[in-house]
Write a protein of this length. Structure first.
Length: 170
């Protein structure tokens, strides 16, 4: 049986994640929605840390909380008076149909999956990843996925240059 404190912490982080995610999509104020997004990302990082996935927890905090959330907050702060500039559209029935179809497709995929079946080689794979996954990940990125690593670097450079071009005074 897992430790009672760990289980309580997990369910608390789960509740915080779900509640703040609902606040993200339910808030009318975009700034408060961005703050709820930060809380969601931090709670997910807490779940990663509790699962002994420290690398993912740190990456979650650095990338999502540190970069994506700040970018969203800057985007909200730099936008002009949006309530007066937006136009209403008549796409609500179409969006309801699309969301309904997505819900049906996801429900079908969830109920058709064989959740109790585990491949025979999975326990060996899990044991091999528990040794030192951070160094194995770094080695795999530099050795096996160097092209994807360089592409992400160029993409980040383009994003920074684009952000600087948008922010500079004209």
């Amino acid at each position: 049986m897992p430790n009672l404190y760990q289980e309580v912490i997990f369910w608390a982080l789960f509740a915080i994640t779900v509640f703040s995610a609902l606040l993200v999509v339910g808030q009318r104020d975009m700034f408060r929605s961005a703050l709820a997004l930060i809380v969601t990302f931090l709670a997910i990082a807490g779940i990663f840390a509790q699962m002994n996935a420290e690398f993912l927890a740190v990456a979650q905090v650095l990338i999502y909380v540190g970069a994506v959330s700040v970018l969203v907050i800057f985007a909200v702060m730099f936008t002009k008076d949006m309530p007066h500039s937006t136009r209403s559209t008549n796409l609500q029935p179409v969006s309801i149909v699309v969301v309904g179809l997505l819900f049906i497709a996801l429900s079908w995929a969830i109920f058709q999956s064989q959740w109790n079946e585990m491949p025979a080689e999975l326990p060996v794979f899990v044991e091999s990843t528990l040794v030192d996954s951070s160094s194995q990940l770094g080695t795999a990125i530099i050795r096996d996925y160097v092209m994807a690593f360089e592409t992400v670097g160029v993409l980040l450079l383009a994003a920074v240059v684009g952000a600087l071009a948008l922010v500079r005074d004209k």
